[in-house]
Structures are given as C-alpha cells and as structure tokens.
Design a binder for this molecule. Structure first.
Ligand code: PNS
Length: 175
C-alpha cells in the first residue's frame, strides 16, 4: 500500500504544547510526518533556526515516524521535494479559519494534488500561540504547562541571561 507522507509547516518560535499535541495526532494518521520549519520568514524570530530545530528534534525523538527539517520558498514546492501528499495544519478557534482556508486554497491552486488536513489540538491548548507564549514569558508570566519543559528552560535563558548564569553555577555546584 502507498505510504502517505505529510508535512507540518510552521514557524515554531517556540514550539508549544499545542504543536506537540498536533504532532502526536498527526503521527497516528500519517505514515511519515515531517515537521518543516520555515527558514526565511519575514518576522525576526526569537529563536534561531538551529535552536528551533534542536528543540523540535529533542521533543519528537520518541516518535519513530516524525522527522524535523527546515525549508524556504513555497510550502507546496517543499512538499513536492519530500514527496508529501498532505499538509497538516492545526485549527484552534474560528479566528484561525479564514487565514488557514486562504492558505489551503492557495496551496491547492498551486498544487491541486496536495491535500491540506486540519486537526484540532486538545481544547486546553485552544487559546495557545507561540506569539502569546513569547509575550507572557518576556513579561515574566508563568508559562509552565503551555510549553514543554526544555522550551520553558530555553525561554528563561534567552530572556534572562542572569538565569542562565545562575543555572550554570548551580550545575557546577556553586551558589
Ligand atoms: O506557524 P505559522 O507562522 O502560522 O506558519 C505559516 C507557514 C509557514 C505555514 C506559511 O507562512 C507558509 O507556508 N510559508 C511558506 C511560503 C508559502 O508557501 N506561502 C504561500 C502560502 S499560501
């Protein structure tokens, strides 16, 4: 039987529990799932491409059929390169729908045989976005439970250099 490969494209700046929830769901219905991080976004990211890639690789290492890659250019061209026949995207609330519909239909216009599959993350993540996580973390709010622990750690290190230093000291047995 033909194997179905899907790509899950996005910025993942940073990866959240909502992304992870969707990756887990996607890994159950597709034979292969490629988490594809967009390389040349117009936005200036908080985490470098390498940092995001490393975090996602660590977070998805227990899924045997999930890999992580980066891409630039059109999503449809990348999908063709990795022989994917589907694009996985998450829809949280109605507000996501219009943008996602536009994107899915544009992608269909560009490559009619590529299907977009929408999945809903668990409801506890329905308000969660990378943008809000960045903002709350930057302003010192509690983001535990919203992002995986390693992401929480990296966010603290990135936003508070003193945290990184004190953490290193603790690890080295100094106070
Ligand atoms: O996580 P995001 O930022 O919502 O992901 C958006 C992404 C990467 C899926 C979208 O910007 C994208 O596909 N960019 C690649 C360029 C492209 O194909 N543009 C036309 C899309 S209709």
């Amino acid at each position: 039987m033909k194997k179905v490969t899907a790509i899950y494209p996005g910025s993942f700046d940073p990866p959240t529990n909502g992304h992870l929830d969707l990756i887990e769901r996607g890994s159950k219905i597709f034979d292969e799932l490629v988490v594809a991080i967009l390389r040349n976004s117009e936005k200036t990211p908080l985490f470098s491409l390498g940092e995001r890639r490393r975090m996602l690789e660590e977070l998805t290492s227990n899924f045997k059929n999930v890999s992580v890659d980066t891409f630039d250019g059109l999503t449809v061209d990348y999908a063709a390169r990795v022989k994917a026949s589907a694009v996985l995207r998450g829809i949280r609330a109605l507000s996501d729908y219009e943008y996602e519909l536009q994107m899915a239909l544009m992608n269909r216009k560009l490559r009619p045989d590529l299907e977009t599959v929408f999945m809903m993350p668990a409801e506890q993540y329905s308000y969660l976005s990378s943008r809000l996580v960045r903002e709350v973390a930057r302003l010192g709010g509690d983001i535990s439970g919203l992002v995986p622990e390693i992401v929480e750690q990296r966010l603290k290190e990135k936003l508070d250099p003193a945290y990184k230093l004190s953490n290193r000291r603790v690890k080295a047995g100094r106070s």
